[in-house]
Design a protein around this ligand. Structure first.
Ligand code: ATP
Length: 469
């Protein structure tokens, strides 16, 4: 049975140019990562697949790209300044910092949205039973839990010598704040009728208490959120509809249903009527973890912003003239978490027999074709035969306006296949001496490794039938 560790995936992502630790030449910066060439291509494809389903294919969802900085009052109104925090404990011996609610969860105690008092009571019980230990060094010398604000502060418009409280702005902790603030402009300019949604993709920042989870939990990350505005009586049915839409999206991109499950939040915020998370069973993280949240938020957000700004954020029905503050249902997912989920799903190690009859391990990313960073790799059989290289270049140039392609003439064909398997390229096209006489090429399939012969002129039509994005 293969053992998987996050360190293994982290090393793979770096070796293949997917994800790099940030600021590495200065020793790195905890929980911040950069995406390299193939990482950007994969991340953009995941983002586009979400966008297509959430906006392009729908009549009722509109687009937004709001700024990261917003008026600081935004986060006072939403409650983030006062209470967006996690309980933290520190190991006095090795200085390891842990989320106290996660420590409790590790002992089967649910501390979801629990008070600090409850968390400390439960920690004390574990301490008394000598079960409270540091996850890094095993020490029992653990501090009581404290609140740790997740808000990241910045200053704008300040002279250097006056970086003071009054100029504080926050880097948004979630992208939906911008959607609430632009709800009125969207309504006034585009006149959508209830129910309708506003979607956006963008950066969010949280001062996370870090556990070693690679890009699962980072301090700077991208969220893809959709806020759906509706009448309260529409909530129950709409909520079920979006749960089903989002579930099907995962299946469409190849995630097996047995590796997905719903987690129902039992403790809800006072304004919420339902909150479910989609959880995915990570082989690299050792079990089910949250990927996406789907929440029925009542009229809390618009009411709060209406109250704090003094601006009327109600909606008037054009026919009945009924006025109401719309209720909101949201879907919220981290792009980096989806990236990690798709890698976790796709990463496969197989034992195969190579051309010399020896067995070897093949690493292959079995990504859904539409998500693969490169769709088609084109090879000349031999690098030192100008006629083959010229023909291969011509085929590559004809395909690349339509599909993400890569030209590769390094090493032998077997090595090139391995390289493309590792980045998840679904098709490799090899140009050989027969191509020069009958214009046929070999197409090799990533998953089955089967090879078929086809006319070069038919390649575009063939790939168009296989790849949507
Ligand atoms: P968690 O319980 O894991 O801290 P959360 O419940 O606070 O997450 P939400 O505020 O509901 O998360 O955010 C919605 C989604 O945004 C999450 O399901 C996740 O995919 C993503 N997300 C939240 N925080 C982070 C983070 N620090 N790094 C990466 N993605 C994140």
């Amino acid at each position: 049975m293969t053992q998987y560790s996050m360190d293994q995936l982290t090393a793979f992502c770096k070796r293949k140019g997917f994800v790099f630790p940030s600021s590495e030449i200065y020793g790195g910066l905890q929980a911040i990562y950069d995406y390299g060439h193939y990482g950007v291509l994969l991340k953009n494809n995941i983002r586009d697949a979400w966008w297509k389903h959430m906006v392009q294919l729908r009549d009722d969802v509109l687009a937004l790209d709001s700024a990261i900085f917003m008026h600081p009052q935004t986060w006072v109104a939403s409650g983030h300044v006062a209470s967006f925090d996690d309980p933290q404990v520190d190991c006095r011996d090795c200085k390891n910092r842990m989320r106290a609610d996660h420590v409790l969860e590790g002992h089967g105690i649910s501390a979801d949205k629990a008070s600090l008092e409850f968390v400390n009571q439960e920690l004390d019980k574990l301490r008394a039973e000598t079960k409270l230990r540091c996850s890094a060094c095993g020490s029992q010398n653990i501090t009581p839990a404290r609140r740790f604000s997740l808000m990241v502060k910045s200053n704008i418009g300040s002279p250097t010598e006056a970086l003071c409280e009054e100029n504080v702005v926050y880097l948004r902790p979630e992208t939906c704040g911008g959607i609430y603030l632009e709800y009125k402009n969207t309504l006034n300019t585009l006149n959508p009728k209830l129910p309708f949604g506003i979607a956006q993709v963008g950066k969010a920042f949280r001062n996370e208490i870090v556990a070693k989870q690679f890009i699962f939990r980072t301090r700077e990350f991208e969220q893809m959120e959709m806020q759906y505005f509706l009448r309260p009586q529409e909530m129950a049915a709409t909520y079920e509809m979006w749960k089903e839409i989002r579930w099907q999206w995962y299946l469409q991109f190849g995630i097996q249903p047995e590796r997905l499950r719903w987690y129902k939040h039992e403790k809800l915020a006072h304004y919420a009527s339902a909150a479910y998370d989609v959880e995915y069973d990570f082989k690299f993280l050792g079990g089910f973890k949250e990927i996406e949240g789907i929440h029925a938020r009542g009229d809390w957000d618009l009411s709060q912003h209406g109250k704090h700004s003094g601006v009327d954020l109600s909606y008037q029905d054009p026919q009945s003239k009924e006025k109401l503050v719309p209720h909101i249902m949201e879907t919220s997912v981290g792009l980096g978490r989806l990236f990690l989920m798709f890698l976790d799903h796709a990463y496969t190690e197989e034992t195969i027999t190579n051309a010399k009859g020896e067995s070897e391990t093949r690493i292959v990313l079995k990504l859904h074709r539409d998500l693969a960073p490169v769709k088609v790799a084109v090879f000349p059989l031999l690098k030192n035969k100008p006629a083959l290289v010229e023909k291969a270049r011509a085929i590559y140039s004809a395909l690349r306006p339509y599909f993400a392609c890569e030209f590769d003439d390094n090493g032998n064909v077997g090595k090139r296949y391995r390289r493309q398997d590792e980045i998840g390229t679904p098709y490799c096209v090899t140009i050989d001496f027969d191509t020069l006489t009958d214009d046929t090429v070999t197409i090799r399939d990533r998953d089955t490794m089967a090879q078929v012969r086809m006319k070069a002129a038919e390649l575009r039509g063939y790939f168009r039938g296989q790849i949507e994005n």
